[in-house]
Design a protein around this ligand. Structure first.
Ligand code: CA2
Length: 150
């Protein structure tokens, strides 16, 4: 079975608690449920991880090496400046899909830049919680299922 890891960076544990106008009303747990439902339909095994600590995120990305088939990541504010997160993603040589709840391109100028995007297969931004489900569909297309009936 294909294994996909879904990673969330700083402050995303606050989803559903504050700023619903920008990031939607769903909590991270609710997003996880949505993604798990779609993962079941696609016969994909998913694991979730959120941290507010950059080094912890880098360690988690490294642990995907040899264990996972792809990474979906919302790097939060690290998106805009963390070469360390980008290098870690690059180092594990797995397909990466970048997700953002908000449309970062119509927000403040500093959010228009993603240092992760150049090493990602693609970026999904602006669709709220649905973006994570879309990202799963997208990454499923990048990773062969090994099942001729799928
Ligand atoms: O739109 C996204 O998903 C972001 O990655 C969210 C980040 C932001 O820095 C990026 O520019 C775009 C921030 C996540 C903060 O999440 C909060 C959730 C609820 C309340 C406050 C912050």
């Amino acid at each position: 079975m294909r294994k996909i890891t879904i990673l969330n960076g700083p402050n995303l544990n606050m989803l559903g608690i504050r700023e619903p106008g920008v990031y939607g009303k769903e909590s991270l747990a609710a997003i996880e449920l949505l993604v798990r439902k779609r993962a079941e339909e696609l016969n994909i095994s998913v694991s979730f991880f959120q941290t507010n600590h950059e080094g912890e995120m880098i360690d988690r990305i490294h642990s995907s090496y040899g264990n996972d088939d792809g990474i979906i990541i919302n790097p939060g504010a690290w998106t805009h400046y963390s070469y360390a997160i980008r290098d870690a993603l690059s180092a594990v040589s797995l397909p990466v899909v970048e997700v953002h709840l908000s449309n970062i391109h119509k927000r403040e100028a500093f959010r228009h830049v993603s240092v992760v995007a150049p090493i990602a297969v693609g970026q999904i931004a602006g669709f709220g919680a649905l973006g994570y489900v879309l990202a799963l569909d997208a990454i499923a297309g990048q990773v062969p299922s090994g099942d001729s009936k799928a």
